[in-house]
Design a protein around this ligand. Structure first.
Ligand SMILES: Cc1cc2nc3c(=O)[nH]c(=O)nc-3n(C[C@H](O)[C@H](O)[C@H](O)COP(=O)(O)OP(=O)(O)OC[C@H]3O[C@@H](n4cnc5c(N)ncnc54)[C@H](O)[C@@H]3O)c2cc1C
Length: 441
């Protein structure tokens, strides 16, 4: 990496990439990531991305988001997201994102739990891969942006509540480097790596949130963690749990107990369905419940959910003839670094966007398929905010702060990242003890 960029973005998910894409072309931007660029949770998104279905859908979409979030959402953030959803969707289409279409050419939409109507655009059952790939192709063509993989942010360079850049380690060589930036954007995703069963990539472990905690940057709702009701249960599950998208329930799949009887309404918000599953597992003395996909027409299963059909087949289940075992797993982080509607944190020159941040859109529980939209929109707004108010850091001050750093404390990155994980777990526990999340499963 070079010594000084105008903007450093930490993360190559949809939030980081869309931020880079919307920064002015005269700004030199570095986008770093911890592994390879496609190892982001954005890449894994299956179900789709919400889109307002005309003005008459506004009240219903708003009410669904607030109800799912137990009305702890920030109404202004929710309104902002919904009002911009068509524009964000159109921008993706302009980049070449191939959303499913009806025979008449209009966008096809599906439904997931908590939604009172269909409003989710999708690309088969790999919407995240489609969106992230198109964004990455576009960003890679920008001459002002460098995407730098296998580079781990170990800390921010900060003094007197002002950010001057980051400290990174090159994963391959272990080389440590201080990199200055006029603005630093945390787009580091969620905290799944803290949990033994999560749908997230293990390397996504809340580093940005822990670093903010360490520096006294405000963090909100750190114990607001969502468990997805349905991941494929396998005895061999180590690491990432395979998600069975909520859309399959939206299209008719039903949950069954050990005697193959239905026990809940599958289309309630995630936390409610998750709680019902845990309760049923306890009652049944079982490690999982069943999900029966057979009510979904075979053609729909094959065309809309090919990856799920294939993964189940690999694990020995034929979804056309038998139910599959499912169990909840950690999935999403509603809390995070406090940010306003322009992605600003409480530290000067430090932004947080995407799952790392908490701008109040999701309240106590995220409504399905709102997160890609939220990440894309508020990352774009952060880029626009930087452009509107652009100023340079005091480079002499930055050099002085860097010069005074004890680099020895970064000498063992693995140990430091483990310390961050412990710091985060402790903060989550303290927050949960102080104010338990309502309805948490
Ligand atoms: C299986 C699955 C299915 C999902 N399905 C949907 C869906 O259908 N619809 C929907 O709206 N949402 C869905 N979500 C949620 C959604 O994908 C994420 O919330 C969203 O994509 C988060 O994007 P992000 O850019 O904030 O973070 P991510 O996409 O997770 O990217 C995080 C980036 O930060 C980098 N990073 C982290 N720490 C560091 C560090 N210390 N140094 C350098 N880089 C770092 C990582 O390498 C990565 O590049 C799903 C999530 C999962 C896991």
């Amino acid at each position: 990496m070079e010594k000084y960029y105008d903007v450093i973005v930490v993360g190559t998910g949809v939030a980081g990439l869309n931020c880079a894409l919307h920064l002015p072309s005269d700004k030199r931007v570095a986008v770093i990531c911890k592994g390879s660029p496609d190892r982001s949770d954005s890449y894994l998104a299956q179900g789709g991305i919400c889109r307002l279905q005309g003005r008459e859908d506004y009240d219903s979409y708003f009410a669904d988001t607030m109800r799912a979030g137990h009305s702890e959402n920030n109404p202004a953030a929710v309104a902002c997201m919904i009002n911009n959803s068509e524009e964000i969707g159109d921008e993706l289409i302009a980049l070449g994102v191939d959303f499913a279409r009806n025979p008449d050419g209009t966008l096809a939409v599906t439904r997931e739990g908590g939604h009172s109507k269909s409003r989710i655009c999708f690309h088969e059952d790999c919407t995240g891969k489609e969106i992230t790939t198109r964004l990455m192709q576009t960003v890679s063509r920008l001459s002002n942006v460098s995407v730098i993989p296998e580079t781990t942010m170990l800390d921010i360079l900060a003094d007197e509540n002002r950010c001057y850049g980051i400290i990174v380690s090159d994963n391959a060589t272990g080389r440590l480097q201080t990199v200055f930036a006029d603005y630093t954007v945390l787009a580091c995703g969620g905290i799944g790596g803290l949990f033994s069963h999560s749908t997230n990539y293990r390397l996504i472990s809340g580093d940005g949130v822990a670093i903010c905690l360490k520096h006294g940057v405000a963090v909100d709702n750190i114990n607001y963690i969502q468990f997805h009701p349905t991941t494929l249960f396998t005895k061999s599950t180590i690491g990432r749990s395979f998600l069975i998208s909520e859309s399959v329930r939206g299209e008719g799949a039903v949950l069954l107990d050990k005697n193959f009887n239905r026990f809940t309404d599958e289309l309630q918000p995630r936390d409610v369905v998750t709680a019902a599953i845990y309760k049923q597992m306890e009652k049944d003395g079982s490690e999982h419940v069943w999900l029966d996909l057979r009510p979904v027409p075979e053609k729909e299963l094959r065309e809309h959910f090919p990856s799920i059909v294939e993964k189940c087949r690999e694990e020995g289940y034929d979804v056309f003839t038998q139910p599959i075992p499912v169990v909840p797993a950690q999935h999403y982080f509603m809390g995070g670094v406090r940010s306003d509607l322009n992605g600003r944190t409480t530290m000067e020159r430090l932004y947080a966007v995407g799952e790392t941040c908490c701008n109040g859109v999701h309240g106590a529980n995220r409504l399905a398929s709102n997160s890609l939209l939220e990440s894309l929109l508020f990352a774009k707004r952060a880029a626009e905010d930087m452009a509107r108010n652009y100023s340079k850091i005091d480079l002499n001050a930055a050099r002085k702060i860097a010069g005074a750093l004890d680099m020895g404390r970064y000498a063992d990155p693995a140990k430091l990242l483990e310390e961050y994980r412990e710091l985060l777990k402790k903060a989550i526990k303290e927050a949960e003890d102080a104010k338990p999340r309502f309805g948490r499963a």
